[in-house]
Design a protein around this ligand. Sequence first.
Ligand code: SAM
Length: 305
Amino acid sequence: MAIAEQTPPIGGPKRELVWSAVDEALGEALPGAIDELRWLLIQTIVSAAQRRALLGSLTVRPGQRMLDLGCGFGAATLELAALGEVQVIGLDSDRAVLAAARRIGERVGMQVGLPRGRTTFASGDVYSIPFPNGSFDLVFSRFVFQHLEHPERAANEIARVLSPGGTACIVDVDDGLSISEPPPSAAFERLASALRSSQTAKGGDRYIGRRLAGLLDRHELTPGAVIVIPQAAYHRPEPAGPERSLMLERLRSRRAEITDGGYLSIEEFDSSLAEFAGEDPLPSCDIEAHLAVFATKDAAAVHAD
Ligand SMILES: C[S@@+](CC[C@H](N)C(=O)[O-])C[C@H]1O[C@@H](n2cnc3c(N)ncnc32)[C@H](O)[C@@H]1O
């Protein structure tokens, strides 16, 4: 499998049908979603165009087996299934997210008439993927490595479950590629830095993007293309507009994690949040980039079971 090498195997309309069904299903799940799940859902919704552009650049062949590792709500699982006559498994360790992914998958599958079994969802850990060696022609994983305490172990597992000649496509953030002009306010920076510290303490890494190729570079797995996926937007936020309330909601949902973890005291958190909420938001130009790494498993690789 290579990127942008062949013509897409399925015409636009079917793909777009799946996309709009996914959008509808995610939108309907939003009112009932709580806390962190709600934020993950919002992230899944707002990053759809970028995700679809990347998935659309993949070349697939009929009969391929694909794994969406750390699938979250299963949007990419379903979008991969719309690329051709392929089978896709979405795997996640969070049972609540997985239950939602199954519901969304069923609804979308019925709505667009995806053949039964084209997508399935399974519970499992990236450190111990519950499938035999060589099970997949493509392993896709997006925004998962930034959360992992042992990303090298996940990379080992990806190498194991890939079939000889199979491809891994791993996508993640790198905060070193983020620029805002004007820079964020002091109150926002206090809160954002507490969030970053909490993620780092849990073993995560918001700068993982630059490390992905090195992590995938191992016996039988060879990193190829490293792609920078840039995004830039000029925002003219309204004080009570959706972007603002979204960000406030995200910060509020992490209050217990930040204060229990000691990254800010309750007073510091509440006063920073109140200060940020009370600021008149300035128009800003925000630039960020994600990195996607493609790695191919040696076609002659043999895995001992
Ligand atoms: C930020 S979400 C990304 C979801 C989806 N890939 C996307 O791009 O929208 C990270 C996902 O990875 C899952 N995850 C984190 N650690 C995991 C692990 N050790 N094993 C399996 N899934 C994991 C989380 O439950 C969550 O659904």
